[in-house]
Design a protein around this ligand. Structure first.
Ligand SMILES: C[S@@+](CC[C@H](N)C(=O)[O-])C[C@H]1O[C@@H](n2cnc3c(N)ncnc32)[C@H](O)[C@@H]1O
Length: 219
């Protein structure tokens, strides 16, 4: 059997948030590296590799065959979670998409409001929209991590449903569970501050949030 390939550190970050022994759905799977890797590494017992487009799914299917994961990974052409049933999966991964798209996918499938499910989310932009959506809709962050890949810093978090919807402060929506002791987390926040300071030229409010983050994290 072909040796298991090495995930890039962004996908490795997502993999590290998946619970052991669960069935996963990877929404927007593209190349299907994550579901293939998770089942072959023995972390996931089954995976649904889903994508809205047929072309990426074809690439995913090739990788599933290449790494002999046909028995454990099923592909599905679908928009978000629309064709995934609640009793098919435990952990849901949505990685490599903008925060707005992730929020759209989450809000489109109310069945994910289930205390037994875990969401693993890796927004490429506007992570603050995802975090505020989660809290305002009864979810809580469980783990929050950051990593470097190809010279860029990325963030990913896991979340679960508590049923306790609450307002999310703007500061928390940007910083989540990151702490001063988290080296990559501080680098991620430095990039967030940089981005907010650029936006403050057109709206001074972003400069105020940047200042709050700097003060809170001594950056
Ligand atoms: C940039 S790729 C990310 C691939 C992989 N998840 C990763 O993190 O490396 C985004 C993928 O999401 C798919 N996608 C975008 N919107 C989607 C949706 N609403 N439902 C399912 N897939 C979607 C795209 O077709 C594309 O293959």
């Amino acid at each position: 059997m072909r040796p298991l390939f090495i995930l890039n550190s962004r996908l490795e970050l997502c993999a590290s948030l998946v619970r052991k022994g669960v069935r996963i759905a990877d929404i927007g799977t593209d190349h299907a590296y994550l579901p293939v890797w998770l089942v072959r590494a023995g972390i996931a017992s089954f995976a649904l590799a889903c994508d809205i487009k047929a072309e990426p799914l074809k690439a995913g299917e090739q990788n599933i065959r290449k790494y002999h994961a046909e028995n454990l990974v099923e592909t599905r052409l679908c928009d978000g979670l629309r064709s995934v049933k609640s009793d098919e999966v435990d952990d849901i991964i949505i990685a490599g998409m903008g925060g707005e798209t992730i929020v759209h996918i989450l809000s489109d499938s109310p069945w994910i409001k289930d205390k037994n499910k875990s969401l693993i989310l890796q927004p490429m932009s506007k992570h603050e929209l995802v975090i505020s959506y989660l809290y305002e809709n009864g979810f809580e962050l469980k783990e929050h991590k950051c990593t470097f890949a190809d010279g860029k810093i990325y963030t990913a978090f896991s979340a679960f449903y508590t049923g306790n919807a609450k307002p999310c402060s703007e500061l928390f929506s940007y910083t989540g569970l990151l702490t001063k002791g988290n080296e990559n987390g501080l680098k991620f926040l430095a990039s967030v501050i940089n981005h907010l300071e650029k936006k403050s030229h057109s709206d001074p409010h972003f400069g105020e949030i940047a200042k709050e983050i700097k003060e809170r994290f001594s950056l």
